[in-house]
Design a binder for this molecule. Structure first.
Ligand code: GDP
Ligand code: MG
Length: 319
């Protein structure tokens, strides 16, 4: 199983809930294996029903602790849960992810929970391409809820967070997080803010900061107004409030036709990432072939302008 590339057998086993098959499929997805198209094709009939929840925020704010408690809450409600801890910035699964594993140990023996960490290691389309495939694996394995934890607050996280139906942004007091979030464009993607570590000084100020920023945002009638929830994930406190806010957002999504819109936007980004990855591959083989050196020689000799050369090169992709 650990080395298998037998996609139909792996998918069948994952559908039966075999955690080793799920792990193997996600590894294949993560490494951008050549079986990816076959995996996607085999999984597609079994996908589309899971609720995807993005959890993002600066390192240390309490994403993994909160995710762990959300898993507990959803398990108590009888849902099957998948967790992807994604690190877009690091090529390795380093310390942060190790910490995640420890904080999510509680569910290690629960057959209704799959927890996986992913890095961008080796994947050509980057995590923008790999994450939705991994979500598909978890959906195929019968997860009703998929929680995607991303490390940090930056462009890569915005990208990954935008893969979710509902994006939860965690803040903590005294980290200047509210302001950083505004700068990084996180305000636009957050459906729910969690002011975690509400046991610490400054939580009220952070709460007010974020409410103030939300009040400044432009919204039309019927638009979603981001919810702000206080939590102390280590106790745990406020977890039910987070679950309720997520439910409220899900209801809003379906009532306003937004769920379809978001999923179509997600599919567009995914297809684009895959197509660009394929293009880059073919550009790479052009570079190693004879076309580019021949064109480059002409450009350098002043026989051809670089735009005409680039057009020639692109035309070569179709051949
Ligand atoms: N005081 C306090 N500490 C917390 C709270 N939530 C998490 N922590 C601690 O903050 C640290 C980082 O938590 P973690 O969940 O790994 O954060 P992540 O990097 O965002 O995933 C850990 O030591 C947690 O125990 C909280 O509500 N209050
Ligand atoms: Mg974490």
């Amino acid at each position: 199983m650990r080395r298998s590339r037998d996609v139909p057998a792996l998918v069948a086993a994952a559908r039966e809930g075999d955690p080793r098959a799920v792990a193997r499929l996600i590894s294949l997805v993560e490494s951008g294996d050549e079986t990816l198209p076959a995996i996607a094709a085999a999984l597609t009939p079994h996908t589309g029903q899971a609720q995807v929840i993005g959890m993002t925020g600066s390192p240390g704010v309490g994403k993994s602790t909160t995710t762990n408690e959300l898993v507990r809450a959803y398990r108590q409600a009888g849902r099957r849960v998948g967790v992807l801890a994604v690190d877009p910035s690091s090529p390795f699964s380093g310390g942060a992810i190790l910490g995640d594993r420890v904080r999510m140990q509680d569910h290690a023996t629960d057959p209704g929970v799959y927890i996986r960490s992913m890095s961008s290691r080796g994947h050509l389309g980057g995590l923008a391409a790999a994450t939705p495939q991994a979500v598909r694996v978890l959906e195929g394995a019968g997860c009703d809820i998929v929680l995607v934890e991303t490390v940090g607050v930056g462009q890569a996280e915005v990208e990954v967070a935008s893969l979710a139906d509902t994006t939860v942004v965690l803040l903590a007091p005294g980290m200047g997080d509210a302001i950083q979030a505004a700068k990084a464009g996180i305000l636009e993607i957050a459906d729910i803010f969690v002011v975690n570590k509400a046991d610490r000084d400054g939580a009220d100020a952070t709460y007010r900061d974020i409410q103030g920023m939300i009040a400044l945002g432009e919204r039309g009638p019927g638009d979603w107004r981001p919810q702000v929830v206080r939590a102390v994930a280590v106790r745990p406190e406020g977890i039910d409030d987070i679950v309720r806010a997520i439910e409220k957002h899900q209801t809003w999504l379906t009532d306003h036709g937004e769920l379809t819109k978001r999923r179509e936007a997600r599919a567009a980004a995914e297809v684009e990432a895959i197509a660009l990855g394929a293009l880059r591959d073919r550009m790479g083989s052009l570079r190693n072939g004879t076309a580019l050196p021949a064109l480059a020689a002409k450009v350098a000799a002043g026989e051809l302008d670089p735009y005409a050369a680039a057009a020639d090169l692109l035309a070569g992709l179709d051949r």
